[in-house]
Design a protein around this ligand. Structure first.
Ligand SMILES: [Zn+2]
Length: 471
């Protein structure tokens, strides 16, 4: 790769990013952080995406060995991918391809444009996917990314109604994972106070809420349930606490009605969510707006900084608006790790009609229903963990914790058992009926005494598939 062309294309890419970063440090209006972007016409959004793509592809070609190899292999020139209409020429990239690249070129791979020289000059932080599926993908980000990231997340937090005067309690481990840090840096830009609640027990966090009265709680949905129960055990009522908004990320929640209702009732608070994934950071992709609380659950996707598509799970061909497909993201907002057509892989449906909140960016209707690679196949019947969660949450009075165990019985048949908590064992038939109705599969149910199952702390691992263990 020519050093001159690498530098030249980087310069052009950074200038393009800067040109479209309007309202970088303060909101442009009370309702919208970047009103000219958040409420731009669909044509204007497309023009911004096209301008960014025309600068991005040559930059990737000259600065990422992964992208250069892939373009060469496909017989494409960087100038062949100049507009959104050109994108289908480029087959989607999935995490397996990134993992293979990591194995060939450890420890950072070549799928980013961040090299050792950049890390030395203006490195900021390294982040990593959680590793729940295979080799964790790692990303080094620059100081420029920090600014882009804080700006985009501030736009989402502003849409949630979070303002100076709020105090945000962030309950996270503060490891190399994007969600909590992304919120943290956006709050700093917004001038909103926060309490970093890392490395603490549930009891200590409950005391923080009781004593220091945060108005916003930020954590995973599982943890919000757990923390509410911890408060109740200590004689504190989360519904009567200072928390008015729960900002969740990391797991599907808003789109699962039973889970959303359970959280909102437990805390007497409004649930809003961040949606995205590490590979197409920096920052969230999807976020709730106030219209979503009143009407069908939706999440906006930030289209001036990303291109979102849905594709067919089998053919990976684009799905027309209104159809259900898997999310694919082209990330146009990073110095270190922009990506072309990364398969994020959550099922949803898009609606690009104008939202009552005034935003024009496409909405995911029903929010997001879990990753395609979490699909469970039981005797040929396929279902997602979120569908099982919706079934369990539909039965009133069950404890927050539950577990689905999939195992091979001695007769060779694969069986599924739901382990739930309730004082009354007869509730098992209701759970079995809900699962059969929603997932079309017969499931045994084990009703345990309340408090038997281990408490979830960070991300819940509710599906235990032991079938691979036998062979
Ligand atoms: Zn909206």
């Amino acid at each position: 790769m020519s050093h001159h062309r690498a530098t030249q294309t980087r310069q052009h890419w950074l200038e393009t990013l800067a040109r479209y970063r309007v309202d970088p440090d303060a909101p442009g209006s009370a309702a919208h952080w970047s009103p000219s972007l958040d409420c731009a016409s669909r044509d204007e959004l497309r023009a911004i995406q096209d301008a960014k793509l025309a600068a991005l592809t040559p930059f990737l070609y000259e600065n990422s060995a992964f992208y250069r190899r892939r373009l060469d292999r496909l017989g494409l020139l960087p100038t062949d991918l100049r507009t959104v209409d050109d994108l289908p020429k480029w087959p989607v990239v999935d995490k397996t391809e990134m993992m293979d690249d990591l194995k060939t070129a450890p420890p950072f791979g070549t799928y980013t444009t961040h090299d050792d020289a950049l890390w030395a000059a203006r490195g900021w932080m390294m982040f990593s996917s959680s590793g729940s599926t295979g080799v964790p993908r790692v990303f080094r980000y620059s100081q420029i990314d920090r600014e882009l990231w804080a700006w985009a997340n501030a736009r989402a937090l502003h849409a949630f109604g979070i303002r100076p005067g709020d105090t945000v309690l962030i309950c996270a481990g503060y490891g190399p994972h994007v969600f909590a840090w992304g919120v943290q840096f956006a709050l700093a830009k917004m001038g909103v106070a926060c309490i970093p609640g890392g490395g603490m027990t549930g009891e200590a966090r409950a005391m923080l809420i009781d004593r220091f009265k945060p108005t916003v709680l930020t954590c995973t949905p599982s943890y919000a349930l757990h923390l509410g129960r911890v408060m109740l055990e200590r004689g504190l009522d989360p519904a009567a606490s200072s928390v008015r908004t729960i900002l969740v990320g990391g797991e599907p929640a808003a789109g699962i009605e039973g889970t959303r209702r359970r959280l909102e009732e437990l805390w007497n608070a409004r649930l809003v969510e961040f949606y995205g994934c590490t590979e197409v950071s920096p920052h969230c992709g999807g976020y709730s707006c106030e219209a979503s609380a009143r009407g069908p659950i939706t999440a906006h996707l930030m289209e001036d900084v990303q291109v979102w598509e849905l594709v067919d799970p089998e053919t990976q061909r684009p799905i027309l608006e209104g159809g259900r497909g898997l999310t694919v993201c082209t990330s146009l907002n990073s110095e270190s790790s922009p990506q072309l057509r990364f398969l994020v892989g959550d099922y949803t449906v898009f609606d690009s009609g104008r939202c009552p909140c005034g935003r024009t960016h496409v909405r995911a209707v029903g929010s997001f229903a879990g990753r395609a690679d979490e699909l469970i196949n039981l005797r040929g019947i396929k279902m997602y963990p979120v569908e099982l969660e919706a079934a369990v949450r539909a039965v009133p009075g069950l404890g927050d914790e539950y577990e689905i165990v999939i195992a091979t019985a001695p007769n060779g048949l694969d069986v599924m058992t739901a382990r739930v908590e309730h004082a009354d064992r007869s509730v098992g038939v209701h759970v079995a009926r809900e699962i059969q109705t929603r997932c079309e599969v017969r499931c045994d149910v084990e009703v345990l005494a309340p408090g038997t199952l281990p408490k979830t702390e960070f991300k819940a691992r509710r599906i235990r598939d032991t079938r691979g263990a036998r062979s």
